[in-house]
Design a protein around this ligand. Structure first.
Ligand code: FAD
Length: 308
């Protein structure tokens, strides 16, 4: 119930105003978000890369309400990618993009606008010598996101896409996408979804994650294992052994601020470990989804508010 309430709050403008007004929020947000500026994103990336980890940067934003804002987000990614190239970080850092931040939900021609903006970002990534992964949002966007990814892959075959294990359709989507050259990030899924389309309990979601992982690890593509769950990490390692996968044929991914010691351990063991690093002013939705994933984070947050 708490998870549902937090996920509902993540999309409420009223709750957003209240949360953003509390100064202690800033300190807690810092655990999950590199900062509000491009420079803070670049500095945090440099630190992670120096420690042997790779990075995927997310210029925070979602549910963009007008075309100018969507184009502004694409431009922000162009600046980010130019900065990654200038600082020599592009070899170890790519970007992650939410299509809703570049126009997917706009009432008129949303998908077309999102495709054009995502294409601009892919062109900038190609020029910088790095890659792009499309995040996955709620289930109403899955078909549209996969279709946009398919169109972009004709020109940018390295484009990655996220699949969410909690969706009932995902095992089949994994089979479609487990081909050579295909980069798929598998996560459990972070949105509130109806039972008709998504598994609900943790056990069921974990089992679905393992089924999807088996398809990806047994396939020809490049799986990106996005989970902090020690069981999923262990199973991925076993599947890599069984499928005789080299360490450079798949990677582990975790969110900035979550299980950093485990991130370092995996990197030190010779695995590719990539950290999803968000930065920017639009941190509210991202932050609330992280609270929903772990009640302990919420307790920490409420205590900080209460002690003011
Ligand atoms: P869980 O079962 O949730 O957690 C397992 C353990 O991990 C917990 O017991 C705890 O020790 C630790 N942990 C998990 N979450 C937290 C937290 N917030 N704070 C502290 N500890 C925690 N979801 C989408 O829907 N779309 C996306 O595009 C997407 N992209 C992602 C990209 C990356 C690189 C990662 C790592 C996650 C992404 N997610 C995305 C989020 C994902 O779907 C899950 O909500 C999130 O990763 C938690 O699931 P879990 O696999 O870590 O397992």
């Amino acid at each position: 119930m708490l998870r549902s309430a937090l996920l509902a709050a993540s999309r409420s403008p009223q709750v957003r105003t209240v949360v953003e007004k509390f100064p202690p929020t800033q300190a807690i947000v810092k655990r999950f978000v590199a900062g509000e500026t491009l420079q803070q994103g670049i500095d945090a990336t440099a630190e992670l890369v120096a420690s042997g980890r790779r990075v995927t940067l997310d210029h925070l934003g979602e549910d963009t309400a007008d075309a100018a804002q969507a184009a502004g987000t694409a431009e922000a990614y162009e600046h980010l990618l130019a900065a990654l190239e200038e600082t020599g970080l592009a070899a170890n850092a790519e970007v992650s993009v939410k299509l809703s931040a570049v126009g997917q939900f706009l009432p008129a021609d949303g998908e077309k606008i999102a495709l054009e903006n995502a294409r601009r970002i892919c062109e900038a990534a190609a020029a910088a010598g790095t890659t792009v992964t499309l995040d996955m949002e709620d289930h109403t966007t899955t078909d549209s996101t996969l279709e946009i990814a398919r169109e972009l892959r004709a020109d940018f075959p390295w484009l990655g896409v996220v699949l969410q294990a909690y969706l009932r359709r995902t095992e089949a989507d994994c089979r479609d996408l487990a081909h050579a050259g295909s980069r798929v990030r598998l996560c459990k899924g972070a949105y509130k979804e109806p039972e008709s389309v998504a598994f609900q309990g943790k056990e069921q979601v974990d089992l679905a994650y393992v089924r999807a992982l088996k398809v990806l690890m047994g396939g020809e593509g490049y799986p990106m294992i996005a989970s902090h769950d020690p069981r999923m990490v262990r199973i991925a390692g076993q599947l890599a052994e069984w499928n005789k996968r080299d360490a450079d044929s798949f990677e582990y991914q975790m969110l900035y601020g979550i299980r950093p010691e485990e991130q370092l351990r995996l990197a030190e063991e010779g695995n590719t470990m990539r950290v999803y690093l968000p930065y920017g002013q639009e941190w509210y939705g991202y932050f609330m989804r992280r609270l929903a994933e772990r009640p302990a984070n919420l307790t920490f947050f409420l205590r900080a508010m209460a002690t003011r």
